[in-house]
Design a protein around this ligand. Structure first.
Ligand code: GDP
Ligand code: GDP
Length: 455
């Protein structure tokens, strides 16, 4: 059968991707304004310095694929770092710590012209605890005569300062040569759950949509309870289910199997469960009951799934109950309430009879493949070039913002950053996003497109 062939295809591809060893991860840290972004741009070989368009929004971890002397690695931009951070800065600091935890090598950037500050010292203290190989970049040494300023950074006790100039590129090549010496072949610290084991599925939906019936139908007699996940205080129980010859891990099925009586407050707990399951999953199956009108609760759960950034499949259950009238209504409900997730594959099935249950796996694999995918920078920029030539941004107040360059900064889900000469209209952003989706076929995954405006 055609589905089966596709399934084997996808199974192979997703399998191959997941056994590949992750590239080493290099985190660039330092207090704000020392020149981290400038150095990162220099390493990536971009000419223009860029800044984020919305401070605080895009200042989380951003991953860039990088290369030096044929060795590939992942550069992590950690944003600024305030040691006694509160609010948004605390979030940034937490992101930076997380980045360091999952990095194989750390580049600490210090402004050599300013010299050692209390904040630099605080960062060093934190880095001492994690004991990762570290390169100390003494930045803003634009000229040889300034090198004694770099030497003063021996005082941090973090080894030899490498005098560099992010702006002029001076010393960057030498520092990267040093980086290759301390960098492992593959990452030892990259978040492991991203790289191994069966794909993790969250089966979610409001009560009585048929989650437990579907799980039973899928699992059949061979159901195996895997384990309580070590290290959590909650009680997620996962089940490993083999479907179409591939193992899938259904997460937090305890919440599905324990019959929930919808007492007061129960909806709140159901929603917590949904969130927990989503957090631990890679792909969400949102189950909808076609025997009843789509409800606000359905739409809310769907929204949680979209916002979680997981791959998504919509499953319309109880198809066996459908008559002509209801079918017509359903189509109208879908048009009205689900237009914003037209990108998610849909499966019509019946958990009761088992009808179409084998359609679920190809849909899961298709969504996961989109979720995993990486668009090579060359292809992305060829696409951007074409689309911008055919549909330039409208002129606004005598100015016409241009897209200079784009790159996919991460996958799972795919996230893109466009470097521009000005702010793009929301309508134009949506247009670019829609074309991106169509051109690269991101069926089943949310995608994110952000802009960075050139200084
Ligand atoms: P970040 O906050 O650490 O990412 O710092 P940025 O990369 O945004 O740089 C902060 C400021 O320092 C900007 O005005 C840069 O132009 C400037 N800067 C960065 N690198 C250098 C350098 O090597 N030499 C000089 N003179 N200025 C630099
Ligand atoms: P959960 O609360 O989402 O786990 O839903 P259940 O699996 O407990 O199902 C709720 C009710 O819907 C039960 O009475 C099931 O027998 C019924 N049900 C589940 N799936 C189907 C289906 O495909 N067709 C029909 N007709 N009923 C179903």
């Amino acid at each position: 059968e055609e589905d089966r062939e596709l399934l084997l295809d996808w199974g192979f591809e997703t399998g191959a991707e997941r056994t590949a060893e992750p590239d080493p991860v290099v985190a660039v840290v330092g207090r704000p304004n020392v020149g981290k972004s400038t150095i990162i741009n220099r390493i990536l070989g971009r000419r223009e310095a860029v800044v984020e368009d919305k401070p605080g929004v895009t200042r989380d971890r951003v991953f860039y694929p990088a290369e030096w002397n044929d060795k590939t690695f992942t550069l992590v931009d950690t944003g600024g770092w305030e040691s006694d951070a509160k609010g948004i800065n605390a979030q940034v600091a937490a992101q930076a710590e997380l980045a360091v935890a999952h990095a194989d090598v750390v580049i600490l950037v210090v402004d050599a012209l300013v010299g050692i500050t209390a904040m630099d010292e605080a960062i060093v203290q934190m880095l001492r605890r994690v004991r990762k190989p570290l390169l100390l970049a003494a930045n803003k040494i634009d000229d040889a005569y300034q090198e004694p300023e770099a030497a003063a950074l021996w005082g941090l006790g973090m080894g030899e300062p490498h005098p560099v100039s992010g702006v002029h590129g001076r010393g960057i090549a030498d520092m990267l040569d040093e980086l290759l010496k301390v960098m492992p072949e593959h990452s030892q610290y990259a978040e492991p759950e991203q790289y191994d084991g069966p794909r993790r599925v969250a089966l979610i939906g409001r009560p009585n949509t048929g989650k437990s019936s579907l799980l039973n139908k899928l699992a059949g007699e061979d159901r195996a309870v895997v384990n309580d996940l070590a290290g959590t205080t909650r009680d997620p129980v996962d089940e490993l289910v083999e479907l179409g010859g591939l193992p899938f891990r259904f997460v937090d099925t305890a919440g599905i199997r324990r019959r929930q009586h919808m007492a007061k407050g129960a909806e709140f707990y159901a929603s917590l469960r949904t969130q927990t399951a989503l957090e631990r999953s890679e792909v969400a199956v949102v189950l909808l009951d076609v025997s009843e009108p789509l409800s606000e609760q359905d739409v809310r759960i769907l929204q949680l799934a979209i916002e979680s950034g997981r791959a998504l499949v919509l499953a319309f259950n109880k198809w066996d109950t459908l008559d002509e009238d209801r079918r017509y209504e359903l189509e109208r409900e879908i048009d009205r309430d689900l237009a914003h997730v037209a990108w998610a594959p849909r499966v019509n099935l019946s958990a009761k009879t088992g009808w179409h249950k084998d359609k679920l796996v190809p849909a899961l694999l298709r969504s996961l493949e989109s979720w995993d995918s990486r668009i090579p920078t060359g292809r992305l920029n060829a696409f951007l070039g074409e689309i911008v030539a055919a549909h330039p941004h409208p002129v606004r107040g005598g100015k016409q913002p241009r897209i200079l360059f784009g790159t996919q900064v991460s996958s799972r889900p795919p996230k893109f950053v466009l470097f521009t000469t000005g702010f793009l209209d929301p309508g134009y952003r949506r247009f670019i996003t829609r074309r991106l989706r169509e051109t690269f076929d991101f069926e089943g995954t949310p995608i994110e497109v952000t802009m960075r405006v050139r200084e």
